[in-house]
Write a protein that binds this ligand. Structure first.
Ligand SMILES: NC(=O)c1ccc[n+]([C@@H]2O[C@H](COP(=O)([O-])OP(=O)(O)OC[C@H]3O[C@@H](n4cnc5c(N)ncnc54)[C@H](O)[C@@H]3O)[C@@H](O)[C@H]2O)c1
Length: 367
């Protein structure tokens, strides 16, 4: 794939119509909406507010940006509602999802309806447009399964792959998809539909297979958003349950870097369309769960109590994104290192934690 000329600046200045963000009141949606609104774009947030705490994000965005922001409380399972809202927009980010493996095991049908059917509803709405807007869809590293064929060593407090190439660069997009868990299946199906609508119907659509994202506005729970969840538990003085041995490794990406990547994907949609990209902090931003606890202890001055439990379904012992394909296509590189990003999230949570409203409930959110 060759790098092409950008079709729009990172400042979004070449586009005037509104941007649609499904799931836009969620963690990632709020950060993206804030950036776009600060750039002067108009944004439509389409969200059913089913995740606990996200109504606070929508309120915060409205307070910051007034009537440049339109909040539509709606559900992607409602094909007519999504079609109506997609009619006039010039760019789309599709984030609305049932976001956790754990809750997909409790209600696989709900998970399918939101993740697979909801995505198909959006794709059909875009296919109806004479001049379809560009689309970025947020898929997941879970489409690669549990990677149990990867030979690992334990080195100090983490797993490390024996294969030196994998150790140096991480997992790239040539890896075969292998859907594990209902969540893996529903997001994987959506991922493949987006790629196929790009291929078959020429939709300018691209897929981000994302690793762990963290940052302000994250309502992290035990089910999803573990970096924020660990910090919230530390702030509340509550114990953390680590599933497995805690040596599992992830690459973590600060949300502002992800927002940069989203804007670049739209700007370079001519080369990004029809492609899937692994997006994460990459080999330079990895941590095991127990290593993150060490960092939290240094930051917070106290180590949270930890309980260990059995491995969870479909958990990967090692996942690090090889992001070179996206870098080569767009020039993107993550800028925030983990120490700086973790401090920013800690400070945001400390402030949010001090507010009287229960914005940081860690209860499993409603389906
Ligand atoms: N955060 C991560 O680490 C991560 C990693 C990989 C992939 N992703 C994907 O990125 C996207 C955004 O994740 P996030 O962390 O911001 O999650 P989030 O839960 O904070 O945001 C998702 C939003 O979607 C809304 N929503 C859920 N079902 C809906 C429906 N049927 N109709 C309309 N809105 C609905 C929720 O209310 C919530 O505001 C998701 O698709 C997720 O699967 C996230």
């Amino acid at each position: 794939m060759t790098r092409a000329r950008s079709t729009g600046g990172m400042d979004g200045s070449s586009l005037t119509g509104p941007v649609l963000i499904t799931g836009g009141a969620g963690f990632i949606g709020t950060n993206l909406a804030d950036r776009l609104l600060r750039q002067g774009r108009r944004v439509i947030v389409f969200d059913n507010l089913s995740r606990r705490g996200v109504e606070k994000n929508a309120e915060w965005l409205s307070k910051q940006h007034g009537d440049r922001l339109q909040v539509e409380v709606g559900d992607t399972r409602d094909a007519r509602a999504i079609s109506r809202v997609a009619r006039t927009v010039t760019q789309v980010f599709h984030f609305a999802a049932q976001v956790a493996v754990t809750t997909s095991l409790v209600d696989p049908v709900h998970d399918f309806e939101v993740n697979a059917r909801g995505t198909l509803n959006l794709l059909e709405a875009l296919r109806d447009r004479r001049d379809p807007p560009s689309l970025v869809f947020t898929s997941t590293n879970k489409v690669y399964g549990d990677l149990d064929d990867v030979d690992l060593d334990v080195i100090d407090s983490r797993y490390a792959p024996r294969d030196p190439h994998l150790r140096a660069y991480g997992v790239n997009e040539t890896r075969c998809v292998s859907f594990h868990s209902p969540y893996g299946c529903s997001k994987g199906a959506a991922d493949q539909y987006v790629l196929d609508y790009a291929r078959t119907f020429r939709l300018p659509a691209t897929v981000f297979r994302m690793s762990c994202i963290y940052g302000p506005h994250q309502c992290g729970t035990e089910d999803q958003g573990w970096v924020a969840h660990f910090l919230i538990q530390a702030l509340k003085g509550k114990p953390i349950t680590v599933y497995g041995d805690g040596l599992q490794v992830r690459d973590v990406l600060y949300v502002e870097d992800l927002v940069d990547a989203f804007l670049l994907a739209h700007a370079h949609i001519d080369v990004a369309a029809g492609e899937a990209f692994n997006i994460g902090g990459g080999p330079g931003n990895t941590t095991s769960l127990v290593e993150l606890l060490d960092r939290i202890e240094a930051l917070h001055g106290e180590r949270p109590d930890v309980e260990f439990d059995v491995w969870r379904a479909a958990d990967q012992r090692y996942y690090v994104s090889d992001t070179r394909k996206f870098r080569d296509a767009t020039g993107w590189r993550p800028k925030a290192d983990l120490a700086r990003g973790l401090r920013a999230l800690y400070e945001w949570l400390t402030e949010a934690h001090a507010r009287p409203e229960p914005a940081l409930e860690t209860r499993t959110f409603a389906s």
